[in-house]
Design a binder for this molecule. Sequence first.
Ligand SMILES: Cc1cc2nc3c(=O)[nH]c(=O)nc-3n(C[C@H](O)[C@H](O)[C@H](O)COP(=O)(O)OP(=O)(O)OC[C@H]3O[C@@H](n4cnc5c(N)ncnc54)[C@H](O)[C@@H]3O)c2cc1C
Ligand code: HEM
Length: 402
Amino acid sequence: MLSAKSRPVIQATLPVVGEHIKDIAECFYRHLFTTHPELLDGIFNRGNQAQGTQQLALAGSVAAFATALVKTPGHLPENLLARIAHKHASLAIQPEQYEIVHDNLMRAVAEVLGKAVTPDVAAAWDEVYWLMAYTLIHVERGLYSARAVRPQTVWRKWEVEKKIRETDDVVTFVLKRIDDRIVKPSLPGQYITVQVPMPDGRRQPRQYSLSRADQGEHRQFTVKRVYGRGNPDGEVSTLLHTTVNVGDALTISVPFGAVVLDDYSGRPMVFASAGIGITPMAGMLSHLATAGSHLQIMLLHADHNENSFALRGQILDDIARLSNASIHVWYEQSANSRLPVGVFSGRMDISQVRLPDNASYHLCGPVPFMHEVRSALIERGVPPRDIQYEVFGPDLWQADYE
Ligand SMILES: Cc1cc2nc3c(=O)[nH]c(=O)nc-3n(C[C@H](O)[C@H](O)[C@H](O)COP(=O)(O)OP(=O)(O)OC[C@H]3O[C@@H](n4cnc5c(N)ncnc54)[C@H](O)[C@@H]3O)c2cc1C
Ligand code: HEM
């Protein structure tokens, strides 16, 4: 809870901070990486820095938190905080690092806003920062403790047991445990962070959703190769595709991720994905099939065509193993199909299928796709709280706060 002294100051300065928050975030990262270049080795994703998406996500999250403190103090943005905390934990962020971020963020605020930052203004934003930081530190401590790890033991080495070509530009990696320490099974919908050494000597982290249920002895994830088309090719996906092979060691985190399946509610579940957004859906279906679930489950999937539909063999097998599951597919380029189910041509249109009543929804795919499906669901009366989504990058959408 913000102090009575800081509340009016934050209320009065939110518009000016909001207006300059992108500049503040950019200035912050410049200072952060100059004073702490080690953070660019294995911790921060330089692809997101180059695109500016992480700067926007940080700025948006601080603005959302400060706004909630003054407008709805009893209702902080929980989903947003959970998403950040899981991402942090998957990168082994430590409580002590919050001091470093604080110093560089406050320096950036002072530099960008200049004279507007009186001692009272600085003190009030300092309070906002630490309220958010302690909330995150607290959640992150719980996440580490639930997995019996510390930030120092989040990273483990695994060995590539299989590398499976799914489509022209998608491969699946199956890793096996080579570490003596016990690791827990993943939860349905979670991801791991892969940390790979790059040719320039620095390590780079990237998140990949687990695409199959596991018992802790194996981890499976599925990677789409990113072509730059005018920009640089995606560096980690290209490296994983071209240089990592069976027998190689890979460093990955223990699994994290706030968007997980709640299969205790007994409600029907609808998964809607597009393209490589199929990966967490495959993971969730695999968990449900392994558990012998009798829930009503519906997978809606959109892709370019049949050849680009990754993991389709595994998914069809899991749908067949489930007693009450169905799949509906849309191909944008051609409806030619050898799947044993009907295929629609064109983009996904949820009005073409009969959705179960009182279902909970999971979405994953490009943000415009998720935007469209979420809007269509809300228009049909689905409550926003019943729609969860996973973004394959910093979450700039923050749909829960629209
Ligand atoms: C929770 C989560 C789960 C995910 N799950 C999966 C999954 O299951 N499967 C999967 O394939 N991916 C998944 N991703 C995405 C994955 O983490 C990577 O983002 C993806 O593989 C691309 O990484 P990269 O290193 O190949 O590309 P990067 O090198 O990070 O590049 C990303 C983009 O930035 C552009 N870019 C890079 N440098 C510049 C520059 N200087 N100027 C302009 N543009 C530039 C590139 O052209 C490219 O389009 C997930 C992400 C998250 C957050
Ligand atoms: C109050 C303080 C902080 C806030 C508000 C904050 C906010 C965020 C947000 C919004 C994201 C993006 C989440 C997503 O949508 O995926 C993120 C990711 C991240 N944060 Fe923080 N963070 C804070 C502290 C820290 C600290 C102390 C560190 C450690 C150096 C850190 C390192 C990272 C890293 C490495 C990422 C992933 C970046 C990427 O993938 O591009 N953060 N943080």
